[in-house]
Design a binder for this molecule. Sequence first.
Ligand SMILES: [Zn+2]
Length: 289
Amino acid sequence: MELELGLSQTTLAAVGGIFGLLLGSFLNVVILRLPTRMYGEWRRDARHYLGLEDEPQTQVINLSKPASHCPACGTPIKPQHNIPLISYLFLRGRCNACGTSISIQYPLIELLAALLAGFFIYQYGVSINSLYGIIFSYSLLVLATIDLHEKLLPDEITLPLLWLGLFANLNNHFVALNSAVLGAIAGYLSLWFVFWTFKLLTGKEGMGYGDFKLLAALGAWMGWQILPMVIFLSTAVSALVGIGAIIFAERSKDIPMAFGPYLAMAGWIAFVWGDTILKNYLVLFDLRY
Ligand SMILES: [Zn+2]
């Protein structure tokens, strides 16, 4: 009986993983095109504001247009070369037409998307919890990757993520609604406060407004109680990586580092293991949870 259940759980997780691969392909498109579209809109708005004429309409870029093509030679990608993960391995990471190497990021995102979907479905079966878990994780994955490249956390993702967190907790799904609302407010304000303190003391900007919104979203999903842990984890890991990069990669300490990926990682850890971490931490100091 248990074995049967275990088997079907694994099978479900595997099917979920295959769907995850396909969704991962879609996430790659969002990661690639959302910033480009945003820059286009900003340019257009800026020209309007300055009273300049619109630039001649170039290529339309949205999530479905243009069709997938090699960024180096522009050759459209054939359907059989567009299978998530498998095509990358089959083509040995090179464009079939021009031989330019394809970024490892594409198969990595697809693989991560598959593992995340499999993980949640294995844990929670086909349920609303899995759906929430997958949407939450995919949003963080896209945000972290875009921030890594563009030093930008698009409002198009952080704000809906915040609203969805509040919506999920309308019926106290993850935390009580008042914890979620306070979490959103305190998440925004705490990084806002750190930002301005840091800026007044050093004259430098250590993070951006997108980071405040991302932490607000994490607070909306998990409540204000989780914020100290997320802030501690993200700053600790980013400080370690930053110091490591300065020492080992001789990276200048004046080059700003994206903070979003660390917030996203810390947020994901808190989402999955937060309760366990909090309980063990409090037991350690002989406090009751
Ligand atoms: Zn090519």
